[in-house]
Each structure stands twice: as structure tokens, then as C-alpha cells.
Design a protein around this ligand. Sequence first.
Ligand code: MG
Ligand code: MG
Length: 274
Amino acid sequence: MITIKSQEEIEILREGGLRLAQILTELASRARPGVSSAELDKLGRELAEKNGDRPAFLGYKPKGVKTPYPASVCVSINDEVVHGIPSGEKILEEGDIVAIDMGLIHKNLITDSAVTVIVGGGRGEGGDKDGKNGYSGKNGKKARALVDITRKALDEGIKVALPGNTVGDIGYAIEQFVRPFGYGHAEGLAGHGVGYKVHEDPFVPNTGKKGDGPALRPGMVIAIEPMLTEGAGKVVFDKDGYTVRTKDGKRSAHFEHTVAITENGNQILTKTVN
Ligand code: MG
Ligand code: MG
């Protein structure tokens, strides 16, 4: 069932979305060589709770999974596409592509957002002697292109998230934008309605046909989240039941915003500046 949020609820989602955007900005800046994904998770939880909010993914049990999600943040590194479980043993290295995804419960309403960063990117240096790895090596340049196009693909999806359009229009816009670059779309994974629950209807695809699926209406709140890979879109689940990685081992990137459909357009709720 697709739910419609009131103006008052959208205001609360905007407050929460702003807080979530600030947390993600902080986590992204802390994704440096030598830092573990567990440290990012711990910080994410602390920043949420400091303001009286709660991480939405902690203890969340998606359909078909036996155990609740054990962390506050998803940290997905390189070939991990989404839902990477943070660990003290996962230590970030120069040149890693790191997707940081978090949901926040603020006054009982949920926003969901993700960013991808390249470790060491802030310094604009690094790279090993043979010029392949690290931020400035050959693989670093490829990583920057992947991350860039994924961010832009999200923008393209948001542009057509308008009242009267359908969720298929969003998928179509993202797919058409991405096609010339040759990246894969993580199969079976998509955006979703959000707000009262972590995952609500409708399914918001990253590929598709114009006019397909439910129409967007003012008051709908959806998470749009392209997940692109350097290879094919086939993905596999780890034994932990959560971590999704590319089958061919190629790297991936993920960006996500929570967006409210308004009378005459939309509002991105998970941004620091609007
Ligand atoms: Mg998310
Ligand atoms: Mg999501």
C-alpha cells in the first residue's frame, strides 16, 4: 500500500533528513585509510543518538532474512554493493570505493540516504608505484568515474520524480542516462517508499519503461537509489544474509536520497542545503 504523508509529517522528515545528511557528511569525511567500517558504524549510531534520534537499520528485519540487521550503518566496500555489515576487521585502504548507507528515525519517521566515497580522495594523492591502485592510479580514475556517474544518475532520477509521472519514468531516466557509460545495474535492487517504515511501497526501479508502475502523487515519500557496477549487474548474497556483492567481483557505487513528491515538483529531504 502506498502511503501519503501529511505536510506536517514531511516537515518532520525534512528535519530528520537534514540530520541524516549531516551524519553522512561526517561519516564520509572519516572514511580514511586505517579506519574500520565498525568505527564508522559506531560513530553513526552515536551521532544519531546524541540528537535523540535512532538508527533505523539497527534491529530491522527485512522479509525473508532470519536475523535482524546487527548494525546502524551499512558500509559496502568495492565489490560489496549494499548492506555490508560493518566489522572491526574491515579496514579501509587507499582507493577503496566505500558506500555508506544509513536510515534515521526522527520523531518516529524514517529517512534513508547513501553516499559513496573513495578512500584517500580528499587528499587527491596516493597511488602505488605501478600507477594502478590508490586514488590517483588507473583504478582510482575508473573509481572516480563510476562514483561520479552514479551520483549523476541519482540526480537524473530525482529530476523526473514529479507528480503525474510514474516510478517507471524514474527507472527509465536513470537507465537511459547510464547506458552510454556501460555500467551494470545491481539486479533486483531498487528504491522504495519510506517514512513510516524502512521499506514501503512502491518499488522504485533503476531501470524501466516510461509510464510503467504506480503514478507519483503529492505526499508520497520515496527513496531513489541507483547502484551501479563496473561489470555486469548480477549480484550474490553472502552467508550473513545481508551483504550483497557483485558476482563478477567488479566494484560498485551507490547514492540515495529520500525525496518527497510535492504539488509542483519534489523536495530532496536528505540534503544539508536546499
Ligand atoms: Mg539506504
Ligand atoms: Mg533505501
